[in-house]
Write a protein that binds this ligand. Structure first.
Ligand code: ADP
Ligand code: MG
Length: 545
């Protein structure tokens, strides 16, 4: 049975697998497209429509259609109601995954079960685990989640023959942006550093065009009600995306806007479009510059290649800007499919590890798998033994996506502390190589006679690490209880460890009594009951394109 790679995108999603000639190929969806709009239309209380038709339905049923849900992955307390049923970003993502896999099953006549799902490199632990949970709720066996730029690099590596190199991945999709420095050394692919903005993407470019269209329409028809018509605005939004795509290859594009009996023939040139969106592009370059600086501090002095990923990199201004600003000659291939194809390769790498008995992947000097093991595994995975050999020992090294720490009370006078004297002390910093286990930190209890110690775990919320409580987000907590009354300043040792999968484990111990506490942050805060409920909620729908 093949394993699949899924790019669960903010605006478009895509599924791929490695075929029997060892190439990663995209499976088309039910309506014959390579990628499917990540849009869900709750048509009735037991039927949902996903993809192009759902996107088109947004105009008529704005309150029953959900898009850009990935921007809210991992957020607490997001509840949306349709036909009386409550949904969350996780259950809505699960429905998208179900449709992708169901379509793939129809097209390949094979079950889709084992998958790797991609996530933006800067996703925090909660968003990552929420993505994994969405896969499980959709009935999939999620082998792993992998950062999108790493997937793109894997795809690039598979089609490139060069030796060791460092690459910069610039990914501008529909709703998210990130840049990531990646090093490829022999069998190792590792993230050097990553940065991004998950509220910036092609949709923002669309919005600017929609604004331009509306402005001109209103100027030509003063007193029109167009600006308050939900219907008209939706129509402009759809037209805006079409115009934007057209302007990637054409210098000018026209649109006939019609509202009530009023008509405007609006012409938009690429130059006007680029000027109206220059600040958005500029924001991506600021982040790119930051990534380059960060990479330099980590010993990367130049990039051998710059990869453009994400549909929005088809806008000519992207490559032009990277060229004029940074002197890069970016490469554009498969920008909207590279992530899914790379994920398919990674899914195969992961399943090789599972299919071959432990120890079989022994490196140089090791015994390696026996010919029989190789043949069995190759048959099981649907590839030939040669390509299997190439995959053994491939390693993807990920980094810590953001800084993680604990909330502590400071002694007076710390400028970063809040009014009550609290700040976040980070033990784990962004871009540390995974698995990561930084040195244990020891803190003191704050009051005499304390019989409990509360430990709060916080994650960096903004683009930069900051000790201010406001710049961080609480992701978990626990309490060491039943302590004898302790003198103030009793030592509490706290250790953080994050594994390759990004799961964070925190251990806190009051060292005089040895009383301790373990906190594991996984499955996006979903308890087994929550998972069960979500499965039922999702399972009651028939999904279709
Ligand atoms: P994501 O992974 O964020 O869902 P994709 O990588 O699939 O997104 O890119 C989708 C975005 O790319 C959309 O905003 C879409 O309008 C844009 N896009 C696709 N093709 C083009 C094009 N030819 N020119 C400009 N933008 C494009
Ligand atoms: Mg993407």
């Amino acid at each position: 049975m093949a394993t699949y790679g899924i790019d669960l995108g903010t605006t478009y999603s895509c599924i791929a697998y490695v075929n029997d000639t060892n190439r990663a190929v995209v499976v088309k969806n039910a309506v014959g497209e390579d990628s499917t709009p990540s849009v869900v239309f709750f048509e009735t209380d037991d039927n949902v429509v996903i993809g192009r038709e759902a996107k088109n339905s947004a105009r008529i049923y704005p309150n029953l259609v959900v898009s850009l849900i990935k921007r809210r992955m991992g957020e607490d307390d997001v509840e949306l109601e349709f036909h009386g049923a409550v949904h969350t970003p996780v259950t809505i993502s699960a429905l998208i995954l179900r449709e992708l896999c169901q379509s793939a099953e129809q097209n390949t006549h094979e079950d889709v079960r084992d998958v790797v799902i991609t996530v933006p490199a800067y996703f925090g632990v909660r968003a990552r685990e929420a993505t994994r949970a969405a896969g499980e709720i959709a009935g999939l066996n999620v082998l792993n989640v992998i950062p999108e730029p790493v997937a793109a690099a894997l795809h690039y590596e598979a089609i490139s023959t060069d030796a060791d190199r460092t690459i910069l991945v610039y990914d501008l999709g529909g709703g998210t942006f990130d840049t990531t420095a990646i090093r490829i050394e022999g069998q190792d692919i590792s993230v050097v550093c990553t940065d991004g903005d998950h509220k910036l993407g092609g949709a923002d470019w669309d919005e600017r065009i929609a604004d331009l269209l509306l402005k001109q329409f209103v100027e030509e028809h003063p007193g029109t009600e167009a600006a308050v018509s939900e219907d008209f605005l939706q129509e402009l939004a759809t037209a805006a995306e079409d115009m934007k795509r057209a302007l990637s290859s054409l210098e000018t594009r026209r649109y006939n806007a019609r509202f009530a009996d009023e008509v405007s023939r609006i012409e938009l040139t690429r130059t006007v479009f680029e000027n109206a969106t220059a600040d958005l592009l500029e924001r991506t370059f600021t982040i790119t510059g930051r990534t380059i600086d960060e990479a330099r501090q980590r010993g990367v002095t130049s990039f051998d290649d710059v990869l453009l990923v994400g549909g929005s990199t088809r806008m000519p201004a992207v490559a032009e800007g990277l060229r004029s600003r940074f002197g890069f000659t970016p490469k554009l291939h498969d920008p909207d499919l590279a992530v899914a194809k790379g994920a398919a390769l990674f899914a195969l790498i992961e399943s090789v590890k599972i299919a071959l008995p432990a120890g079989a992947e022994a490196g140089p000097g090791g015994a390696g798998p026996s010919p029989e093991d190789m043949e069995t595994a190759a048959a099981q995975l649907g590839v030939d033994t040669d390509s299997l050999r190439g995959l053994i020992g491939k390693k993807v090294t990920a980094v810590v996506p953001r800084a993680f720490g604990v909330k502590i009370l400071t002694t007076a006078g710390d400028a970063e502390a809040d009014d009550d004297g609290f700040l976040i002390d980070h033990l784990l910093h962004a871009n540390a190589v995974l698995p990561a286990a930084p040195p244990t930190q020891t803190y003191g209890t704050v009051e005499d006679g304390q019989t409990g110690i509360s430990v709060e775990i916080w994650e960096q919320a903004g683009a930069r690490e900051s000790r201010r409580v406001l710049d961080n987000e609480k992701i978990g907590n626990g309490t060491i209880t039943d302590l004898p009354p302790l003198p103030k300043g009793s030592p509490v040792a706290i250790s953080f460890a994050m594994d390759e999968m990004g799961t964070l484990r925190v251990h806190a111990v009051e060292t005089t009594t040895g009383k301790d506490l373990d906190i594991e942050l996984a499955i996006g805060g979903l308890s087994p009951e929550d998972m069960g409920q979500a499965r039922t909620a999702v399972g009651k729908y028939t999904v279709g394109a």
